[in-house]
Design a protein around this ligand. Structure first.
Ligand SMILES: [Zn+2]
Ligand SMILES: [Zn+2]
Length: 267
């Protein structure tokens, strides 16, 4: 299995948008020979080149909600997903599928939307079949914004992505039977944020996931977690805390440019 995750950014929120202390490029998910770019925030096109990945290989674009750190580079990513834009008569080539919300679509030009073969407006609770893989929209509670998390049901494993959310009744259960879970963890310990997660808040919910994921990857860290404004880089201590209090064996604190082979995350 060649499936892989590449973190083009592990920062979330306005401080990281401004400073790029942690990048905000989202992540690539390569599965079944498909390259998906999920939540391409500011700098995504820079990071994909910086980390030696090929934007021309992307054929699935996913933006989970209308926040700048998730959608800003979408047009650049769509335009860069092909080496030739049009034929001699300026007939533009169409390529790929875009999965997103109505809100995001309003801010992407017709020019770029016309480059995509298929646009899917997606909601929590919906399921779509994409090249033999079931993609499920999971629920988020993230101010009042429309959006979704994701679950990819492949024949060998299931990958989940919480996107930005705080906890709510049913948050955990939607990730039952997920082998690898990507968790957007904005803040450390008990520093609560209404729209996001902090460690102490999410641990009881992680313990409710049944069966527990083999691997949890923490990402989308805010300024309190790791930045010149934070007392220290809290990521290592949060990894240890989650490991200890959930008994999940593999807890990984992502960093910019991290590449992970899915195969190694399943056991
Ligand atoms: Zn975010
Ligand atoms: Zn957000």
């Amino acid at each position: 299995m060649k499936d892989e995750l590449i973190f083009l950014g592990t920062g979330g929120g306005r401080h990281h948008i401004r400073t790029q202390y942690r990048a905000t490029g989202g992540f690539l998910y390569k599965f079944n020979e498909i390259q998906a770019h999920i939540d391409p925030g500011p700098g995504a096109i820079v990071r994909i080149n910086q980390f030696d990945e090929d934007p021309a290989k992307t054929d699935l674009f996913i933006v989970t909600h209308f926040h700048l750190d998730h959608y800003s580079d979408l047009s650049a990513i769509i335009e860069s997903s092909r080496k030739i834009l049009h034929d001699r008569n300026y007939n533009y080539f169409k390529k790929g599928t875009l999965i997103t919300t109505n809100q995001v679509l309003k801010y992407i030009s017709e020019y770029h939307l016309n480059m995509v073969e298929k646009i899917v407006i997606f909601h929590a609770g919906e399921v779509m079949m994409y090249k033999g893989v079931n993609i499920i929209g999971t629920k988020i509670k993230h101010s009042d914004i429309e959006g979704f998390g994701l679950k990819f049901n492949l024949s060998d494993y299931t990958l989940g992505y919480t996107s930005d959310s705080t906890v709510f009744e049913g948050f955990a259960e939607q990730f039952n039977n997920t082998d690898v879970l990507i968790l957007n963890l904005l803040r450390p310990d008990s520093i609560v944020c209404k729209k996001h997660l902090c460690t102490d808040q999410v641990i009881p919910y992680l313990n409710k996931i049944n069966p527990k994921p083999a691997t949890i990857i923490l990402t989308h860290f805010g300024a309190y977690m790791d930045s010149p404004l934070s007392k220290k880089n809290f990521v290592p201590s949060q990894v240890e805390k989650i490991k200890k209090l959930t008994n999940i064996k593999k807890v990984i604190g992502a960093y910019d440019g991290l590449k992970l082979k899915i195969e190694k995350l399943l056991k």
